[in-house]
Ligand binder design. Structure first.
Ligand SMILES: Nc1ncnc2c1ncn2[C@@H]1O[C@H](COP(=O)(O)OP(=O)(O)O)[C@@H](O)[C@H]1O
Ligand SMILES: O=C(O)C1=C[C@@H](OP(=O)(O)O)[C@@H](O)[C@H](O)C1
Length: 181
């Protein structure tokens, strides 16, 4: 199981879809699986039921998906918030953290209205806060940190595929290694 984590807009679904095609594995987007379970959009559910209820559903879905058939799994940006999720992702998959500066992510998602946490007066400030809070959690969960600043999506896919070819077994479980391009 290949698992991608990172801030909203870090490229988890875009890179994940192409990586899955390259590796001839199914692609699974946990946000879509959650929406299927909810029967409505994540944004609607957030507004109606609040974040804590969303996190309960997210935890249950991640627990199931990570025990399912091998795939490339793209997670939601907040998947690392709960310790139980961090443990389950790290133990059950090879986890890549797509690291992006908040400013880059902001450029990519500023017109996207589907991300509930970013529908605030100052989304860039919100992304900076999310990055400060979550970067240590992403690093703790990941086996490998991938810098996504300059490279194209295609070169990120090539790079991850090459890394997996070199280390097909679980990547060094003790320490996340940094990769810079
Ligand atoms: N490395 C990259 N370079 C440039 N644009 C990117 C890159 N990765 C993702 N994008 C763009 O950023 C936007 C958000 O990517 P997405 O895959 O939806 O992120 P996530 O799944 O992590 O929320 C998309 O429009 C995507 O095409
Ligand atoms: O960062 C977050 O807490 C969230 C990110 C979203 O996923 P993306 O990272 O795919 O936007 C989605 O799971 C939900 O809106 C919460």
């Amino acid at each position: 199981m290949i698992i991608l984590i990172g801030l909203p807009g870090s490229g988890k679904s875009t890179v994940g879809r192409l990586l899955a095609r390259r590796l001839q594995l199914p692609f699974v987007d946990s946000d879509l699986a959650i929406e299927q379970r909810l029967g409505c959009s994540i944004r609607e559910f957030f507004e109606r039921e609040g974040e804590a209820r969303f996190r309960d559903v997210e935890q249950a879905v991640l627990d199931e998906l990570t025990q399912g058939p091998a795939c490339v799994l793209s997670t939601g940006g907040g998947a690392v918030l709960r310790p139980a999720n961090r443990q389950c992702l790290r133990e059950r998959g090879q986890v890549f953290y797509l690291r992006s500066a908040p400013e880059e992510v902001f450029r990519r998602v500023q017109h996207d209205r589907s991300r509930p946490l970013l529908q605030v007066a100052d989304p860039l400030q919100k992304l900076r806060e999310l990055h400060a809070q979550r970067d240590p959690l992403y690093r703790e969960t990941a086996h490998c940190v991938v810098e996504t600043g300059r490279p194209s999506v295609a070169s990120l896919v090539n790079w991850i595929a090459a890394k997996l070819e070199l280390q097909p077994a679980p990547l060094n479980p003790a320490h996340a290694s940094d990769a810079s391009h």
